[in-house]
Design a protein around this ligand. Structure first.
Ligand code: 2AM
Ligand code: CA
Length: 261
């Protein structure tokens, strides 16, 4: 399969759907917003965007299956599955905050081989394919070369539904607040990850995330020279609901703090 050509087709789809989402920004009404579970919101925009993405991907790769946040199509594939978050940062979108993205990854057996994250408001498309590097629009990107936490900008996501690990999590925040350049909470894990990939953020960590929040962004980080693990330093970050993304040096110096959560 020509993953590079496929990646450019997926970019087209992400961009088109991003334009649709942006057009809906001014149309969305309070009555359009549903609550799926505690603090997890959705509207027709997420669902329509997902349907548009899946219809287009089916044409590109008819034998593939889908793992998509809104579950509008749960077709199982043999070898290929698309992991899709049609709108990552729904809470931001609903509140009129322009920090949201379209995230699409392709899995071949258990391995991610392609990732696209389109940050709609900035018109920045981040992408990578297996065997290639990582890019933002037409530029090659790489993770930061920062060596110490004191020179790092740290991104995270605050717990919004699983509060059991809150104390440990706030301890880690205290550590980074006291020792880094600052902490950011964007509200879209896909954007956090691609900002690590291009060196804007030096470190990102969050728990309670789903595969569709992280699949594409994490793959782009690895292709940009970064390191992705779960909170124990292992590989269970896609389904394990814990992720750390950074360059190799900062990753090893932060692991002990994050492990304790
Ligand atoms: P979503 O917008 O696709 O649901 C950031 O913490 C991540 O958690 C985002 O990728 C976001 O993905 C998800 N999330 C869901 N509900 C959230 C909420 N109420 N606050 C913050 N993040 C939320
Ligand atoms: Ca979503």
């Amino acid at each position: 399969m020509d993953l590079k050509a496929l990646c450019f087709d997926v970019i087209e789809i992400a961009r088109e759907v991003g334009i649709y989402i942006k057009m809906q920004e001014s149309q969305l009404k309070q009555k359009d917003i549903e609550t799926k579970s505690l603090n997890s919101l959705v509207s027709y925009v997420d669902k329509t965007a997902e349907k548009k993405i899946i219809a287009a991907l089916k044409e590109l790769l008819p034998e593939s299956g889908f793992i998509a946040e809104e579950g509008t199509d749960e077709t199982k594939g043999e070898k290929y599955h698309w992991i899709i978050d049609p709108l990552d940062g729904t809470t931001n979108f609903i509140h009129g905050i322009p920090m949201y993205s379209v995230s699409i990854a392709l899995q071949e057996n258990d391995q991610i081989v392609l990732g696209v994250v389109f940050e709609v408001s900035r018109d920045e498309c981040f992408y990578a394919w297996k065997g290639g590097l990582a890019y933002m629009n037409t530029e090659e990107i790489s993770v930061s070369k920062t060596k110490s936490i004191k020179d790092s900008l740290v991104a995270t996501g605050f717990p919004y539904y699983d509060f059991k690990r809150q104390d440990g999590y706030f301890e880690s925040l205290k550590h980074f607040a006291n020792n880094s350049r600052g902490i950011r909470r964007m509200g879209s894990a896909a954007i956090d990850l691609v900002y690590v990939a291009c060196g804007r953020f030096d470190l990102f960590y969050e728990y309670s995330l789903h595969p569709w929040d992280v699949a594409a962004g994490a793959f782009i980080v690895t292709q940009a020279g970064g390191k992705i693990t779960d909170f124990q330093g292992g590989n269970n970050w896609l389904h394990g609901k814990e992720i750390i993304a950074s360059n190799e040096t900062l990753h090893s110096s932060s692991l002990a703090v994050i492990k304790a959560i």
